[in-house]
Design a protein around this ligand. Structure first.
Ligand SMILES: *Cc1c(COP(=O)(O)O)cnc(C)c1O
Length: 462
């Protein structure tokens, strides 16, 4: 063994203690560190020939890189839909590395069974029935990709084509219909050989809504003349957190042949709150469902879950058995269900957080975030320099400058807010108007944080 490696093995307990102390200091200062960094990162250093040992690497990281990391895990990073990491999920994440299990299959470890337990809890949390099975993937983009891959296989079943054997081209042109899909849906279509150009955008409800007009979807399906299709319903759009009427869309299945995929990346968490659960009413009727976990469950990157009613088709797409052995029988190992073969036990951080805080603890996070978004929305509405672009439906505030909201002026506002170090918001365009989004999904965010965001907006949006 290399002497530095042997030394690290000998001093492992001290190394873990140093790491713990460093982590505790960083997490302790998280709420006050600058939320975003404008300075450019250091130039790449040459590959070290001689190692510095793990303590040396820790010192170098602390000195050279950590100061430039954002406070995105902290309470006033409201860009994208970000979320942080609960204390229990950090514990689970550390132990994921400590145990370093390969959760591809069941052989010799209970790790895959722990993932199954976690998936069953999540299924219950989001109000899905037992007909849905699930698996962990790295994020909502991959969850959408897996859902659409199963949809593609289903189209093959309907058309008498074996897609996993003969390829997507054997299907001919595929129709994917959606109201306001996330950009990851067209990325998935590109990956899957369906083609980005096959996305047919269906009009949304009038009045600046992002929810699909179900009558327009009905008409678009009718135009297909009986050809089976894929419908992507959106449960929580990124600009205004609008929700498609999932029950009404499911009801269209009585008349049209389509696979229903629901992108509930963060909107799925409405199910945790009795006051908002109606927004995802009908989610259980979906053929496949995407929910992100590194957003509103507040577990570290990278984690999402993918649910489907047709695990047989999922196995047809993703099975990794030798062809002459046929498809796996019984409960399939995870390597037959997801794009990965070897995979980390990314269920463990979620398992820890669900055990630590339970349904009630996670409901409190969701409801507090919603209440704070409403408070910020009311405050923005009251500021003379700003106006809301849409009502605050759940956890995102979408707003712009009251006068002359050009892209340049809105970008300048986003930059001024980020440069203050107080908050981070991301620009968007809503209804053709440039604006900003403030998305609440972090377990740490308090009323006092929200007031600080209002203060920085009041000071910069003059
Ligand atoms: C964030 C998001 C995605 C993509 O999620 P990643 O985890 O970044 O891959 C997809 N759909 C919706 C609605 C999202 O909010």
């Amino acid at each position: 063994m290399h002497p530095t490696l042997a030394d690290d093995l000998f001093r492992l307990p001290q190394l873990l203690a140093s790491t713990r102390d460093f982590a505790a200091r960083e997490l302790d200062g998280l709420a006050e560190r600058p939320v975003a960094h404008a300075e450019s990162a250091p130039q790449g250093a040459p590959l070290p020939a001689e190692g510095a040992g793990a303590e040396g690497a820790l010192a170098r990281f602390a000195e050279r890189w950590a100061p430039g990391f954002s406070g995105s895990a902290g309470p006033r990073y409201l860009g994208f839909v970000t979320g942080g990491a609960t204390p229990a999920s950090v514990t689970g994440d550390w132990l994921t590395a400590v145990f370093d299990q390969n959760a591809s299959g069941a052989a010799g470890s209970w790790a895959a069974a722990l993932e199954r337990e976690t998936v069953a809890w999540l299924r219950e949390l989001f109000g899905l029935g037992e007909a849905h099975s699930g698996a962990f993937v790295t994020g909502a983009t991959v969850s959408n990709t897996v859902g659409l891959a199963i949809a593609r296989e289903w189209l093959g079943e309907r058309l008498g084509v074996d897609v996993s054997r003969d390829g997507a081209a054997a299907l001919g042109p595929v129709d994917v219909l959606s109201g306001t899909p996330h950009s990851s849906v067209s990325k998935a279509m590109s990956v899957l050989g369906i083609g980005r150009g096959r996305l047919r955008t269906v009009p949304s409800l009038p009045g600046g809504r992002e929810a699909v007009d179900v009558a327009a979807l009905d008409a678009a399906l009718a135009e297909l003349g009986g050809r089976p299709a894929i419908v992507v319903a959106n449960a929580g759009t990124v600009n205004t957190v609008d929700f498609d009427d999932l029950r009404a869309i499911s009801a269209l299945k009585e008349r049209y042949d389509f696979w229903l995929h629901v992108d509930a990346a963060f909107g799925g968490f409405a199910a945790l709150s009795p006051a908002y659960a109606h927004l995802v009413d009908g989610l259980d009727g979906a053929d496949s469902v995407c929910v992100d976990l590194h957003k509103w469950l507040n577990v570290p990157y990278d984690a999402a879950v993918q649910f489907t009613r047709r695990r047989d088709l999922q196995v047809a797409v993703f099975h990794n058995a030798s062809p002459y052995l046929g498809l796996p029988a019984g409960e399939p190992d995870f390597l037959h269900l997801t794009p990965e073969n070897s995979r980390r036990l990314r269920a463990l951080p979620a398992w820890f957080s669900l055990v630590a805080y339970g349904r009630e603890g996670h409901r409190e996070i969701v409801e507090r975030n919603i209440a704070l978004a409403r408070r910020l929305g009311a405050a923005v509405d009251a500021l003379p320099g700003l106006r809301l672009l849409a009502p605050v439906r759940l956890n995102v505030v979408c707003f712009t400058l009251a006068d002359d909201p050009t892209p340049e002026r809105v970008d300048a506002l986003a930059r001024a807010v980020a440069d203050s170090g107080e908050a981070f918001l991301t620009p968007t365009v809503y209804g053709g108007v440039p604006g900003l989004r403030a998305a609440f999904s972090n377990w740490r965010t308090t009323d006092a944080d929200t007031r600080r965001v209002v203060d920085v907006l009041a000071a910069t949006a003059l």
